[in-house]
Ligand binder design. Structure first.
Ligand code: FE2
Length: 325
């Protein structure tokens, strides 16, 4: 799992405070710190006795500062406040769906990275189901189309970012295919968020390697579906379909996938849907060893050979969905 840019790692012992989500009066009256962009070091931004005014928040926002940090703050309390504010944000009809989705995606990326960082299955699952609920609410709105969705995604190679992208796209594909009833879309979203959870057990050195992997390293990386399965298999709050997404999202219908080379219908439909958007997201995201491909190029690459072994009907549906603007 890529841990290097998680907020928890960079500012251990400090509680992150989301700048754009809080009203000035909600800013805690404690010493607040700012993270310097280049060095990653924290420096004092406001001491506890100086109030943060609306103008200050606007300036921080303009400077693209997402988080302030504080030491004397209960992280659990701040976490609850963040969740409540995200919930309010998603319901706020005075903003466009596009804007709300953009903001939601900006914050949940760090929230999910922190949960992954905790390495606690309970925390990861709680966080995943909260994020899934919020995301599905916006993704199911008619105003939200494929063009918007793809333009609002982030494209770095962090596992949290990739998991979010896959989750959103799985929900959109499942909806287009009518793969599940609407009330099961949250479970689909959770499956997408968890699909690479096995990477928590693979070393950062392999996951963030700047070159292509050696065969030996590839074999280790390819263990992540089975490692993820082992992590979640005994949990009663994970459905069979979700578990199959974790275990089978690298299987291919022609049997050349991994971990076991399952074929056709042996691969769960949710896992087949995950494979389609997983390949697509890999292409449109930056990797440690290459830049992202533009959308049109990604589609050509998938048409030419990368869609081999993907569920044909699902791939065609996905292709049509993203090309229909
Ligand atoms: Fe994977």
């Amino acid at each position: 799992m890529t841990r290097s840019s998680s907020i928890a790692t960079l500012c251990e012992g400090y509680t992150p405070i989301p700048v754009a989500l809080l009203e000035p009066e909600e800013m805690p009256a404690v010493d607040l710190y700012l993270r310097e962009n280049d060095s990653g070091r924290l420096r004092l931004y406001r001491s506890a006795d100086v109030r943060v005014m609306p103008d200050d928040l606007a300036k921080l926002h303009q400077a693209n500062t997402k988080w302030l940090y504080a030491q004397d703050l209960d992280p659990k309390e701040m976490q609850m406040l963040v969740r409540r504010k995200l919930d309010e944000l998603v319901r706020d009809e005075s903003n466009s769906v596009r804007d709300r989705f953009f903001k939601l995606n900006t914050y949940v990326q760090d929230v999910l990275a922190s949960a992954f960082q905790s390495d606690s299955p309970d925390e990861i699952l709680d966080t995943a189901s909260e994020i899934a609920l919020l995301a599905v609410r916006l993704l199911c709105r008619d105003e939200m189309n494929a063009g918007d969705l793809i333009s609002l995604l982030h494209h770095d190679f962090q596992t949290a970012t990739h998991s979010l992208n896959v989750s959103y796209m799985m929900v959109s594909l499942a909806r287009e295919m009518q793969l599940v009833p609407e009330n099961e879309l949250q479970s689909v979203a959770v499956a997408g968020l968890l699909h690479d959870i096995g990477k928590l057990s693979v070393s950062d050195r392999i996951l963030t390697k700047g070159d292509r992997l050696l065969r030996r390293e590839q074999r280790i990386a390819q263990k992540h579906p089975a490692l993820g399965f082992n992590r979640l298999a005994r949990r009663i709050d994970i459905s069979f379909a979700q578990l199959m997404v974790v275990y089978q999202h690298h299987e291919r219908t022609h049997g050349k996938g991994y971990p076991v080379g399952a074929v056709g219908d042996e691969i769960h439909p949710w896992a087949r849907a995950c494979s389609v958007v997983n390949v697509f997201d890999s292409l449109i995201s930056n990797r440690p060893y290459r830049k992202r491909y533009p959308l049109a190029e990604a589609i050509v690459m998938m048409d030419q050979h990368l869609s081999e072994g993907l569920d044909r009907e699902m791939y065609q549906c996905w292709r049509q969905y993203i090309l229909k603007k």
